[in-house]
Design a protein around this ligand. Structure first.
Ligand code: SAM
Length: 442
């Protein structure tokens, strides 16, 4: 018997799982997100794909196949409408589905994991009708309607994933921070700033993708569940929204800008509310593990339950590390101005990881403070500020850090165990992260 191994948070895009059965329920949660489930036929050899290594599959016993259709997988609104219409028609109850599997860690109900397929081909056997997903859109701009849709950072590849090299070698203009806003200066003809779209600043999928990266690198829901992620330079709270509302994880934003959710984010919360009700109406006799999973997620995501906090201040090396023996401060400290709460929170190590997504002037403080206080950090650098940070030098040449590529190299040089990966969003998507060595090795 072939065993298929699917890790937590993993999707197997190339694998196909096929099942035939009778429609258990179907529901459309948004124009681009629908679910249905099949009661599988008896004679199917479900062991070959349900017996996943290390996982006890509830579906294996009950023979239920949960199926998801999303725009990301190539299901358009019209296709979903037609399919759901056909499925509801009496007589079209026997269905054959082929799709790729996804496994999720379960946080929102008592099962330990969830396994389902993303449909690629659907055959309505009585009607002799076939629906096929269009080629998947890897990196759609449209925020996913499935709040828990996954990103497999281990295998995801994206042609946009690596920032254009010419752009990344440009020396950048400085900007200075005034009351938390950027004041542009030093604009000379021929020294054009890269457009925001080049930097990925308008690719809002970065927040969800980073949230999943954090979950996969920092111990899943257990690892991030008790202490807040410190979202440094979090701006209006894009990452915080993902962590708090979509994953029910605590997050504290450190930025002078106030957290302010957009109309789109508020609408998304409404969608979750309505979806919860739609799933609830499926009823106890027809429910499935995926339905229960999503119900939990949607319900959890409508209130922050005190998980979201904000410290409206700057993260600055000196103000946080003040009072520590100077030997613990391994880099220069440029900034002043303390914030008691932030300092206490960090010194008592009451955060799980320091995160900086395009953190501008907070890049060095995140690393400094992480190293000094033995707290893991993640930095996705963006702007360089060569005139502001004149002390940044590359080793061994002593070259000053003037370009994005220089800045990435500089970050890598901060410690031999700084790791690098990329996330599949447009623009500046190189991710650097560091974890302290386990205490007995120190
Ligand atoms: C380019 S925005 C990124 C915002 C958000 N992370 C995102 O990806 O949309 C940079 C943010 O860094 C903040 N910032 C700059 N220096 C900071 C510091 N030392 N501490 C906290 N926030 C800082 C600014 O206020 C601004 O909101």
């Amino acid at each position: 018997m072939t065993k298929l191994k699917v890790d937590f948070g993993e999707t197997k895009l190339e694998t196909r799982i096929q099942g035939t059965g009778t429609l258990r329920f179907c529901t459309t949660l948004s124009p681009s997100f629908a679910l249905f489930a099949l009661d599988l036929e008896d004679d199917i050899d479900y062991g070959s794909y349900f017996e996943l290594e290390g996982i006890v599959m509830e579906q294996g016993k009950t023979k239920i196949l949960d199926v998801m259709l999303t725009r990301k997988d190539g299901w358009t609104k019209d296709m979903i409408d037609d399919l759901m219409g056909d499925m509801m028609t009496t007589g079209n109850r026997t269905i054959c589905v082929s799709g790729y599997p996804e496994r999720r860690e379960e946080k929102f109900n008592d099962k330990t994991n969830i396994f389902f397929v993303h449909a690629v081909d659907i055959k309505l056997l009585e009607a002799d009708k076939v629906y096929k997903a269009e080629p998947p859109q890897e990196d759609s701009d449209v925020p996913t309607t499935d709040p828990s849709a996954n990103v497999n950072t281990k295998t995801a590849t994206n042609t946009d994933a690596n920032t254009n090299t010419a752009e990344s070698n440009k020396v950048e203009d400085d900007t200075s921070l005034e009351n938390g806003h950027h004041k542009h200066h030093n604009k000379r003809p021929g020294n054009k700033r890269p457009k925001n779209s080049d930097r990925g600043a308008n690719d809002n999928s970065r927040f969800a993708k980073l949230a999943f990266f954090l979950l996969s690198e920092f111990g899943g829901y257990d690892g991030l569940g008790s202490l807040p992620v410190l979202d440094v330079a979090g701006g209006s709270g894009g990452l915080a929204f993902e962590l708090v509302f979509k994953h029910q994880l605590p997050c504290t934003v450190v930025d002078t800008r106030p957290v302010q959710f957009s109309a789109g984010q508020k609408k998304h919360l409404e969608f979750r509310n309505q979806s919860h009700d739609a799933l609830d109406s499926i009823g106890k006799d027809k429910t499935t593990p995926l339905v229960e999973n999503l119900k939990g997620r949607f319900q959890a995501g409508t209130s922050d339950d005190g998980l979201l906090r904000q410290l409206q201040t700057l993260l600055e090396t000196e103000s946080v590390l003040k009072g520590l023996p100077s030997s613990k401060i391994r880099k220069r400290a440029d900034f002043v101005e303390a914030n008691e709460k932030l300092r206490e929170l960090l010194k008592e190590q009451r955060c799980s990881v320091l995160v900086g997504l395009h953190p501008d002037q907070a890049t060095d403080p995140i690393m400094d403070i992480g190293f000094a206080l033995n707290l893991p950090w993640v930095v996705i650098p963006c702007c360089v500020f060569p005139n502001l940070f004149k002390q940044r030098q590359l080793e061994p040449s002593g070259k000053l850090v003037r370009t994005y590529d220089d800045l990435c190299e500089y970050i890598l040089q901060q410690h031999p165990s700084v790791k690098e990966t990329t996330l599949p969003f447009r623009g500046r998507n190189r991710v650097f992260y560091w974890k302290p060595a386990p205490s007995n090795d120190e």
